[in-house]
Design a binder for this molecule. Structure first.
Ligand code: HSE
Length: 289
């Protein structure tokens, strides 16, 4: 079978709601495909019991339809669903790459972004590309939309990260429900300045600038209120030397940027301890963009 590894991603990064995304070194999904008269999907691995295998209800089924590429598809989930780590997007991106190759469709990675995003629409109700774009392209991605669709700008960033994932879950639909429809101009101005700082930081691989630019006063305060223990975990990570902390995607994963690769251990321990003190089990990934 043709096998593809599809990385987890972290969308938003605080100031870039629905715009910014990064590919993570770990965790990842493994997608295997072989030609078949009609599409069947089997799902194993973490949280697989929550994922429908009916192709009409699975992100990957939508991708197979869009590519007119019926296949026997096996998904081994390394990324827990409802984690804020782009779980469904990784499966969709992995399937898009695998089926494109299996049927020799000839699409570039850029061209696969809107195809994989269609799969996302099935899960969240809207076609976001901010998780599928980094899963397909790697590094740091900026998604912008115009009348012709999505445009993606990609930068090969490299930064040390910790992602701490509590046992709790937050659905993307619920997390989108708390996003305010309007914001004061002063908060928008702050967010734009932070987003610009973060983008420059990614281009320079500068963890100070990225950490500084990873805050917003519009979406993250509402989202973080859905994550028990968030404030304590954030403070613990900053005290342990993280340059910035925010909600990963829709949550409940919490993302911390570190100054050096060897700072990740103490940042991870501080975050795990803070969740533990709040009575919540969690696991930490010491990873990188
Ligand atoms: N930008 C999206 C959100 C990512 O935060 O709702 C999750 O698909």
């Amino acid at each position: 079978m043709l096998t593809v590894r599809a990385p987890a991603t972290s969308a938003n990064l605080g100031s870039g709601f629905d715009v910014f995304g990064i590919a993570l070194g770990a965790p990842a999904d493994i997608v295997r495909v072989e030609r078949a008269p009609e599409t069947t999907i089997t799902v194993t691995g973490t949280g697989s019991e929550f994922i429908p295998e009916d192709p009409a209800k699975n992100t990957v089924g939508a991708v197979a339809d869009a590519l007119d590429a019926p296949a026997r598809i096996e998904i081994d989930k390394g990324i827990r669903p409802s984690s804020g780590l782009g779980s469904s997007a990784a499966s969709a991106a992995g399937a898009a790459v695998a089926l494109n190759e299996l049927y020799d469709r000839g699409y570039s990675r850029d061209e696969l972004v809107p195809i994989a995003a269609e799969g996302e629409a099935l899960v969240s109700g809207e076609a976001h590309a901010d998780n599928v774009a980094p899963s397909l392209l790697g590094g740091f991605t900026i998604v912008s939309n115009d009348e012709h669709g999505s445009n993606v700008t990609q930068v090969d960033a490299s930064l040390p990260l910790v992602v701490c994932l509590p046992e709790t879950t937050v659905s993307t639909r619920d997390a989108r429900g708390v996003v305010p429809e309007r914001a004061p101009l002063a908060d928008i101005v702050d967010t734009v300045s932070h987003a610009a700082t973060l983008a420059v930081g990614m281009a320079r691989n500068d963890p100070e600038l990225v950490g500084q630019g990873m805050t917003d006063e519009i979406v993250t305060p509402e989202r973080s209120a859905l994550i028990d223990g968030y404030e304590a975990v954030r403070e613990a990570a900053l005290d342990a030397g993280a340059t910035g902390v925010t909600v990963s995607g829709a949550g409940p994963g919490v993302l911390a940027v570190c100054r050096h690769l060897d700072h990740r251990g103490r940042v991870a321990s501080a975050m795990l301890d803070a969740f533990d003190a709040a009575g919540i089990e969690s696991r930490a990934y010491q990873t990188r963009v």
